[in-house]
Design a binder for this molecule. Structure first.
Ligand code: MYA
Ligand code: JJ1
Length: 388
């Protein structure tokens, strides 16, 4: 059934439920000197290109490929439209490898037709911190689909990750592959219900009028929690401590240091927004919330071309109830003109989704590890990891 994935060191469907298999790496590392030195072969018309994401020209090519060919919903009404600034942020974290930004182009014209990326990350699984690659942005041009290009690209990124002496990876996908460590549900909170209905993102509920719907989703103009403010550079040490402690309760979570927090969580306009609660009395940082900006192109609507979506990222509550903190996050997203606020049922999110009027979407997100076996699949609430 999965001619490619059956050959890879990943959990296999036939092994589900076999608790005699040990947790941890599926195959051992080999000396880096034994890693294949030459790239895998591509069909003759194509060649590998290492994408320099610092070059304006190259990042525009990547942006255009993804804008026209990346992930769509099951009815092909919306397509993710990551911005150039977002891609530059997502692909250049501390310690990134340019060699992991891999393109395939047509030899004759140099046109970019496929892409896959990795970035380095330390991810804790139970009590083991493992250096991994996070694999994302796998994309093959619509005209080149089903030609088995994806397996070659996955093998090539694997080879280049191995060359850095890294032997595990984490990735997510909307499709079921061998085999998910967890399956999460997308939830959506309408901020601009009229537009969402007009573009077919949501429907008018039964026995609901447009004006009742608009009233249902109304939010205050500004956040309600005393001491709620935007995160600033001087907050990095306190946010790192808060987040480290909070993430320690999940089975799979990133192991963030101050450099990671600076990169991933310091606000970056139109890319990532982060807020915290500073106690008015003690000036302690007690709570934190964040979301990233990922618009979708609306395919074939007369009136609108983009849906502005915020995606829940890392949230920490120690003093402010999570429900109240996320209500303030919704207020900030509305203030910033987002149309919808999306979240997965990871971490503690289940505790606020229904009460804050999120509804389940038609999409699921499956989480995977490469060359690392878990004895059992995880409940989404055991996941402390959000990939972009
Ligand atoms: S998830 C986002 C994926 N991108 C999209 O959905 C964008 C729109 N779609 C496309 O561009 C194409 O349909 C893609 C497949 C490129 C997805 N992850 O070339 P093919 C398997 C893994 O004929 P195409 C993200 O970015 C499929 O089961 N495998 O197919 C994370 C089949 O294998 P098998 C996938 O449709 C990516 C084979 O590919 C996916 O032309 C993580 C068919 O190849 C998928 N999303 O192209 C990648 N979709 O026969 C893995 C299909 O066995 C990383 N397939 O069933 C693994 C870790 C590597 C590093 C390890 C380091 C140590
Ligand atoms: O956005 C998604 N679904 C929307 C739109 C559905 C359009 C028709 N298919 C949806 N809307 C309902 C919202 C409604 C609001 C009021 C309350 C009730 C709910 O359900 C879905 C997620 O649900 N998104 C996708 O399908 C996009 C792909 C998801 C897989 C992503 C793979 C990522 C790869 C990563 O690295």
């Amino acid at each position: 059934r999965h001619k490619f994935w059956e050959t890879q060191p990943v959990g296999q469907f036939k092994d589900i439920g076999d608790s005699s298999l040990p947790e941890g790496p599926i195959e051992p590392p080999t000396p880096v000197s034994e890693v294949k030195q030459e790239p895998y072969n591509l069909p003759n018309l194509y060649e590998w290109v290492t994408c320099d994401m610092e070059s304006e020209e190259m990042s525009l090519e990547v942006y255009n490929l993804l804008t026209n060919n990346y992930v769509e919903d099951d009815e092909n009404m919306f397509r993710f439209n990551y911005s150039k600034e977002f891609l530059s942020w997502a692909l250049r974290p501390p310690g990134y490898f340019k060699s992991w930004h891999i393109g395939v182009c047509v030899k004759s014209s140099k046109k970019l037709v496929a892409f896959i990326t990795g970035i380095p990350a330390r991810i804790r699984v139970h009590d083991q911190v493992v250096t991994m690659a996070e694999i994302n942005f796998l994309c093959v041009h619509k005209k080149l689909r089903s030609k088995r290009l994806a397996p070659v690209m996955i093998k090539e990124v694997t080879r280049r990750v191995h060359l850095e002496n890294i032997w595990q990876a984490a990735y997510t996908a909307g499709v079921v592959l061998p085999t998910p460590i967890s399956t999460c549900q997308y939830w959506h909170r309408s901020l601009n219900p009229k537009k969402l209905i007009d573009v077919g993102f949501s429907r008018l509920g039964a026995r609901m009028t447009m004006s009742r719907t608009i009233k249902l989703y109304k939010l205050p103009e500004s956040p309600l929690t005393q001491g709620f403010r935007k995160m600033e550079p001087h907050d990095i040490p306190a946010v790192t401590r808060l987040l480290k402690k909070y993430l320690s309760q999940f089975v799979v979570a990133p192991d963030f240091d101050e450099n990671d927090v600076e990169h991933w969580l310091l606000p970056k306009e139109d890319v990532v927004d982060s807020f915290l609660v500073e106690s008015p009395e003690t000036h302690e940082i007690t709570d934190f919330c964040s979301f990233y900006t990922l618009p979708s192109s609306i395919l074939g609507n007369q009136n609108y071309s983009t849906l502005k979506a915020a995606y829940s990222y890392y949230n920490v509550s120690t003093k402010t109830p999570l429900l109240q903190l996320m209500n303030d996050a919704l207020i900030m997203a509305k203030q910033k003109d987002f149309d919808v606020f999306n979240a997965l049922d990871v971490m503690k999110n289940e505790s606020f989704l229904k009460e804050l009027k999120f509804g389940p979407g038609d999409g699921k997100l499956h989480y995977y590890l490469y060359n690392y076996r878990l004895r059992q699949a995880l409940h989404p609430s055991e996941l402390g990891l959000v990939l972009l």
